[in-house]
Ligand binder design. Sequence first.
Ligand code: COA
Length: 384
Amino acid sequence: MSIGIDKIGFYVPKEYIDIVELAQARDVDPNKFTIGIGQDKQAVPEPYQDAVTMAASSADSILTAEDKKDLGLLIVGTESSVDESKSTAAFLMDLLELPEDIRSYEIKQACFGATAGLQAAYDFVSLNPDKKALVIASDIARYGIKTPGEVTQGAGSVAMIISQNPRILKLDHKSVYMTRNVGDFWRPTFSKTAFARGKYSNEVYVEFFETLWNKYQTKYDVTADDFSTMLFHIPYTKMGTKALRTVEKSVSADKYKKLTKHYQESIKFSREIGNLYTGSLYLGLLSYLINAAQENEKVLLFSYGSGAVGELYSAEIQPGFEKMIDKNLILDEMKSRQKLSIPDYEKIYQVEYKNGTMVDPSEVDTKFYLSAIKENERLYKKLK
Ligand code: COA
């Protein structure tokens, strides 16, 4: 049975900051941010947006009544959870008007969560071929104002429907993975912002990729020539570039040129949005599908979640995949965003809703929003 991604949806907040302006405000050479880090813009969510509202938006962009009827599993991968107990998935039941007879939960393992969800969905559909699974990655990447990680922030969500006979990406069920207890990035429960040993994280990420790529080649007796594209977890685009460079020594110049060209197509959206944490790899996939992918291409996907878990798996782009993606809608969503000044971004960043908050719906410009916090419970609404 063939199983994989049948639909892919996306949500990006409606405001962004310009990375050159951020560099100027921080008294940094803009080339460091645009070339050294590899970013151009950074999405900024409103205070009434969070992992729940963004997950609802990305899923809402693809779910039909037919899909809802067939759903058996809902998994949200996030490291920006709003509750230590209740899952982001449970909040989505009302917002998305989902039927009750589904299993739902949240997965956390830094930026690996969505891949864990995707693999669990694969297993679920294998056992329940008539059912579909909805896997959503939703995150707000926050390191703090004036920190070294500030330039690698971002926000957004990617939703995927996993089913048999997928019309976008068939998973090969060929995968290698590894886990190691590593202190490269963490966010304790008391903190709204992450702590990172950024350079160390880079080293571990590259080492995981090299280890898994060697393992994959041995296990399945393949080389880079068996794949046309390598997609990477891209919290910021320089990071994937570093992993890709490790392949250069083992392939022909022509092959490396092609892999690099395809990689450039896969990072276009990330350059414009920034870090989606667990959605980053899938934003790269979406960018590639929209900007360059060809039918029947064999692709490799490298997922990495600090702490650290890595997985490298392969997949095949399906004939007619373009018809399953609303390219114009996605490009319009990105183009129609408003630029925020750096002082305005800093103001929004510092807003923290407390118990007793009531959000005025006339000030909301997104379909799903946090409407109130009552008795410390977060309440959500959908704009009519
Ligand atoms: N023009 C062009 N490039 C420049 C430059 C300039 N004027 N100045 C610096 N650079 C380059 C550096 O050479 C470096 O490139 P390299 O990584 O290829 O060597 C890059 O810009 C970054 O410079 P660096 O001095 O390392 O920056 P930094 O100390 O500010 O740290 C990060 C950068 C990415 C480590 C930091 O932003 C961070 O910690 N982010 C969080 C990342 C993280 O942990 N994510 C989790 C990932 S899973």
